[in-house]
Design a protein around this ligand. Structure first.
Ligand code: SAM
Ligand code: EUG
Length: 353
């Protein structure tokens, strides 16, 4: 009897920890404290950095020096730094090193993700969460709309600082994804003469592809406020416009992280415009998530579910499984598709007319 109730208490306490852990999940996000540039400071030091040196290099008030150890402790626990304890001159010295994760937060890393936490944790994207429960009771399209009274794209057009952070964050991801694509599946672009990156942001993806395929004519097509000040090159042109109105013609179109921003009806409209724009032997190259395909990777599954919620709160979009992708593609009148799951969270979906 006693051991039974002991077991009961253990289970209850585990459940309590589970709930507390969940309540506090946002603390992991805010603890990144990207404004402190911890990874850059440690990278500049060039070797495992003692806590005292780290504190001395930070632009903080002297009254805050004692808090850095605690910040480093949680960031080490969550995999952003590794810690080595040693004794030097009879004194305990803690040294920290970067990990693969914190290297992606270096400002000068080619695949830098630094702007993303800044954009995603900006009040512009966090405040809509306070409308989440209200939104379930009204007919607004998104909690973002309840909060701001307009779409994310309209607001980005009016907030240059946020627009810059957002596009910069997207650029880091585009650089990583395009490099992996060029390395692992160059074949996707073989034989293409022209490519339009629809919703191509500031042209990062196009630049990497154009370097590997100099004969390929690339057009970066995005909203006017995104491409306004950008200068094209020999084989990259910037065109401002609305993909729901008209897309320039080419033999192929890329849609990276576009369709997951939109609901099924909107996606069919976009895909229809793509179909009108490409030649009959061309294709649409979709780069987006395919959910439920890597069930064994719990972290990847959870991250895709986070993206799905982010799409629900900021836009009308969602993440889709293979069946949902198929339905979308056939509804838009395409005849076939091929999924290549080689991009971590994302997959390449080649769509044929
Ligand atoms: C999530 S971002 C993806 C950017 C880029 N493809 C990438 O993956 O790095 C979506 C892009 O769609 C663009 N966009 C939104 N509405 C659009 C429209 N109606 N026509 C063209 N582009 C649009 C946005 O400006 C933004 O650059
Ligand atoms: C800003 C948060 C992240 C994010 C990632 C991929 C997207 O397609 C997106 O569209 C708004 C946002």
């Amino acid at each position: 009897m006693e051991s039974h109730s002991e077991e009961h208490a253990t289970k209850l306490l585990q459940a309590q920890t589970h709930v507390w852990n969940h309540i506090f999940k946002f603390i992991n996000s805010f603890s990144l404290a990207v404004e402190l540039s911890l990874p850059d400071i440690m990278h500049k030091y060039g070797q495992p950095m003692p806590l005292s040196k780290l504190i001395a290099s930070l632009p903080i008030h002297p009254s805050k020096t004692c808090f850095i150890y605690r910040l480093m402790r949680i960031l080490t626990h969550s995999g952003f730094f590794s810690q080595h304890n040693g004794i030097e001159n009879e004194q305990e010295v803690i040294r920290y090193e970067l990990t693969d994760a914190s290297r992606l937060l270096l400002k000068d890393h080619p695949f830098s993700m630094t702007s993303l936490p800044q954009a995603i944790l900006d009040p512009i994207l966090v405040n809509p969460w306070f409308q989440f429960s209200t939104w379930f009771t009204n007919e607004d399209p998104t909690p973002f709309h309840t909060q701001h009274g307009m779409t994310l794209w309209d607001l980005a057009g009016r907030e240059p600082k946020f627009n810059h952070l957002f596009n910069d964050g997207m650029a880091g991801d585009a650089r990583l994804v395009s490099s992996v694509m060029i390395e692992k599946c160059k074949g996707v672009f073989n034989g293409l003469e022209s490519l339009i990156d629809v919703g191509g942001g500031t042209g990062t993806m196009a630049k990497v592809i154009a370097t590997s395929f100099p004969q390929l004519k690339c057009i970066v097509f995005d909203l006017p406020h995104v491409v306004a000040d950008l200068q094209g090159t020999e084989n990259i042109k910037y065109v401002g416009g609305d993909m729901f109105e008209a897309i320039p013609s080419a033999d192929s179109i890329m849609l990276k992280w576009i369709l997951h921003n939109w609901n099924d009806e909107e996606c069919v409209k976009i895909l229809n415009k793509c179909k009108e724009a490409i030649t009959c032997d061309g294709k649409v190259i979709v780069i987006d998530m395919v959910t439920e395909s890597k069930k064994e990777d719990d972290r990847l599954v959870e991250t895709q579910l986070f993206f799905d919620m982010q799409m629900m709160v900021t836009l009308t979009g969602k993440e889709r499984n293979e069946k949902e992708w198929g339905k979308l593609i056939f509804s838009a009148g395409f005849s076939n598709y091929k999924i290549t799951p080689v991009l971590g969270l994302n997959s390449i979906i080649e769509v044929y007319p």
